[in-house]
Design a protein around this ligand. Structure first.
Ligand code: 2AM
Ligand code: CA
Ligand code: CA
Ligand code: CA
Length: 270
């Protein structure tokens, strides 16, 4: 097995165990604080991130790490960067809604080589290595390629956190997509799992505004290695930078892009 994948899996499982234990505790045993309005961080997010960093440091002390809770930790070799979200879906975790994940991507010279998304509640481990396909536990993943259009489709999305800037555009997108045949939406609260669920054909497509690289880098590789197309809102490839992301099979993505095109503000076209 790819040695870096092996370490990423070890780190994800370790963080997942910390999260699962934290989930079993009485709510008052988890410290919750606010980073901003509706923006929580808990003692479990922090403990999980520390555990991941410790595992990486043991095997690859020279690599750089970017974590949601720690920011950038430079290394001697900054060409290799681990992009980690120790708990994707903190709001679910805090509400005791059992849907969240650990997300770990390894990027080499700006290209994602390894992606791991781990759901500790269901014990589902989604992995991908660039050029080698994607897996759910030991099974190979393939997106749903049968679907040719949006009629009857189910898409996942997330509501944008920059409300003043993006809420209207997002609601317009939902309306436009429903007018073009989308049957239903899922708002799961974990962007990393949304992308992994595109990879597994559990949802037909996914779009979201303003993600951070740690939300999407691992799920992006898993989706693409399962055969998905992933783009920004105008079909471009800079979605890790802008955070504006669309994923699905090629035809579904094309239909999503066509549907949302009239709703895009100038900022969302970039
Ligand atoms: P988090 O749980 O790691 O913070 C779901 O739409 C995505 O939005 C998740 O990846 C979630 O990641 C992220 N998210 C939740 N609250 C957020 C906030 N206040 N600002 C930015 N992203 C947020
Ligand atoms: Ca967060
Ligand atoms: Ca996240
Ligand atoms: Ca997080």
């Amino acid at each position: 097995m790819n040695p870096m994948l092996n370490i990423a899996i070890r780190a994800a499982r370790k963080a997942g165990n910390i999260i699962a234990k934290g989930y079993e505790l009485a709510p008052q045993d988890t410290q919750v604080s606010n980073k901003g309005t509706n923006d929580y961080v808990t003692s479990v997010d922090k403990a999980a991130e520390e555990a991941i960093i410790e595992v990486i440091r043991k095997s690859y002390p020279e690599h750089a790490i970017v974590g949601e809770e720690s920011g950038v930790i430079a290394g001697e070799n900054n060409d290799i960067q681990w992009v980690i979200d120790p708990l994707d879906g903190t709001t679910n975790f805090v509400k005791r809604f059992p849907h969240f994940s650990v997300s770990i991507a390894i990027r080499v010279n700006g290209r994602t080589e390894v992606g791991v998304v781990y759901d500790p509640i269901r014990n589902e481990l989604f992995t991908a290595v660039r050029g080698e396909g994607a897996k759910l536990n030991e099974f190979r993943l393939r997106i749903d390629n049968e679907r040719r259009d949006l009629n009857g489709s189910v898409l996942a999305t997330g509501f944008p956190f920059k409300v003043a800037k993006h809420r209207n555009a997002h609601l317009n997108m939902i309306e436009a997509l429903m007018n073009n045949g989308v049957a239903d939406f899922r708002r799961t609260g974990s962007a990393a799992l949304d992308l992994a669920y595109v990879a597994s054909g559990r949802i037909d497509g996914y779009f979201e505004i303003g993600l951070k690289p740690w939300d999407s880098a691992a799920g992006d590789l898993i989706a693409r290695e399962a055969g998905a197309l992933v783009t920004n809102f105008v079909g471009g490839t800079d979605y890790l930078k802008s955070g504006n992301i669309v994923a699905g099979n090629g035809r579904v993505v094309k239909e999503i892009l066509n549907s949302i095109q009239p709703t895009l503000t100038d900022e969302l076209k970039a």
